[in-house]
Design a protein around this ligand. Structure first.
Ligand SMILES: *[C@@H]1O[C@H](CO)[C@@H](O)[C@H](O)[C@H]1NC(C)=O
Ligand SMILES: *[C@@H]1O[C@H](CO)[C@@H](O)[C@H](O)[C@H]1NC(C)=O
Ligand SMILES: *[C@@H]1O[C@H](CO)[C@@H](O)[C@H](O)[C@H]1NC(C)=O
Length: 300
C-alpha cells in the first residue's frame, strides 16, 4: 500500500531536480596576481534545455554591470575574457580593476522560474612598487630619529620591514636581546621606524622592504650617521677661545701700561696728553697718571 506513494514521491523529487537549473563552483573566492589568467568557475549541473541563457554580471559598490550578455563579453573585459565549458568566465589578463564580486546567472529559456545564480568574489593581487624611503643623514647620539617607507600600489596593502646592515629589525628593539642597546619601534603597516634615542650602534646602512602576497620591492640602501655631541670638546673649545681673548686683552693692557701706544703718540711729536687716546689711558690708569708717565719715559 505504501510502496506506490513512496514511488510517486521519488518520481516527483527526481523530476523537480531534473527540471531545475543547478549551478556549482570550484572556487567561490579566487585570488590571482595582476596580468595572470583566472577562471571564475560556474558549472551547470542540470537544466531542461540544451541552450540555457547564461549571463555574468559584476557587482561593484552599488553598481551592477554586464560582463557576459547575449553570448558576448561586454564592457571593460571585452578582448580579455572568454567563456569556457559553457558557463565559466575566464579572464585572460587580470587587471587590478577586475577585483570585485561577480554573479553567474543561468536560466532555462522559456521558463523564468528555472533559474539559478551564484556569486564569485575575485581578488586581483598587485605587486608592491619600489617604496619611497627617507633616512636622516646624520643624527647626534641620544636624539630621536624617524625613518619612513611607503608605497601605494600594492594590493593587498603592503607591510614593511626595515633592515640595518643587512639584518632584519624586529618591531620592537626591546623584544630582542640582540638590540638591547637600541631603542626603536617599527610600525609594519605604515613603514615608520622610530628611534627614541639613537645610539652609536644604530649607525650604518638601512633599506626597507614592502611586501604583500603578490611580491615585494625594496628601496636603495641609505646611510645613517650617528655622531657624538661632544660636550667636553665644546666646553674645551670655549675655554680656549676665552683664554686667547684674555691673553690678547692682557697683551693690550701691558702695551698700554708700558706706554707703547703713548710713545708712538709722542714720537709723532705730540704730547702723551694727546686727546686721541684719553679713554685708554684713563681706563688703564684711572688715578695715577704720574706713574704712567714715569713708566712711559722709563721704557724710552
Ligand atoms: C545579440 O547578438 C546578436 C548577434 O550575435 C545581435 O543581432 C542582437 O542584436 C544582439 N541583441 C542585443 C539585445 O544586443
Ligand atoms: C596585459 O595587460 C597589460 C595592460 O593592462 C599589458 O601591458 C600586457 O601586455 C597584457 N599582457 C598580455 C599577456 O596580454
Ligand atoms: C651594548 O653596549 C654594551 C656597552 O657599550 C656592550 O658591551 C655590548 O656589547 C652592547 N651589546 C650589543 C648587543 O651590541
Amino acid at each position: 500500500m505504501a510502496a506506490p506513494g513512496v514511488l510517486l514521491l521519488l518520481l516527483l523529487g527526481c523530476s523537480v531536480a531534473v527540471l531545475a537549473v543547478q549551478l556549482s563552483t570550484n572556487n567561490a573566492n579566487p585570488v590571482v596576481d595582476e596580468f595572470k589568467s583566472v577562471e571564475l568557475s560556474c558549472k551547470i549541473h542540470s537544466t531542461i534545455t540544451n541552450e540555457p541563457r547564461i549571463e555574468w554580471k559584476k557587482i561593484w559598490n552599488a553598481d551592477t554591470s554586464y560582463v557576459y550578455f547575449n553570448n558576448t563579453i561586454q564592457g571593460d573585459l571585452k578582448g580579455r575574457a572568454r567563456i569556457q565549458a559553457k558557463s565559466s568566465l575566464v579572464i585572460l589578463n587580470a587587471s587590478r580593476t577586475d577585483t570585485g564580486k561577480y554573479r553567474c546567472e543561468v536560466a532555462a529559456i522559456g521558463d523564468d522560474k528555472k533559474i539559478d545564480e551564484l556569486y564569485i568574489t575575485l581578488t586581483v593581487q598587485v605587486k608592491p612598487v619600489t617604496p619611497k624611503c627617507t633616512v636622516p643623514k646624520s643624527v647626534p647620539v641620544g636624539k630621536s630619529a624617524v625613518l619612513h617607507c611607503h608605497e601605494s600600489e600594492g594590493y593587498p596593502r603592503s607591510t614593511y620591514s626595515w633592515h640595518h646592515n643587512g639584518e632584519s629589525l624586529p618591531a620592537d628593539s626591546k623584544a630582542d636581546p640582540k638590540f638591547v642597546n637600541s631603542s626603536f619601534l617599527l610600525d609594519r603597516t605604515t613603514g615608520t621606524l622610530t628611534f627614541s634615542a639613537v645610539n652609536k650602534g644604530d649607525m650604518g646602512r638601512y633599506y626597507c622592504l614592502a611586501s604583500n602576497d603578490a611580491g615585494s620591492a625594496m628601496c636603495g640602501e641609505q646611510v645613517l650617521e650617528v655622531y657624538d655631541l661632544n660636550i667636553g670638546g665644546i666646553v674645551g673649545g670655549i675655554l680656549v677661545v676665552v683664554l686667547v681673548l684674555s691673553l690678547i686683552t692682557a697683551g693690550i693692557c701691558c702695551a698700554y701700561r708700558k706706554g707703547y701706544f703713548a710713545s708712538r703718540s709722542r714720537s709723532t711729536g705730540q704730547s702723551y696728553k694727546n686727546p686721541a687716546k684719553p679713554e685708554g689711558v684713563n681706563y688703564l690708569r684711572t688715578n695715577d697718571e704720574g706713574d704712567f708717565r714715569h713708566k712711559s719715559s722709563f721704557v724710552i
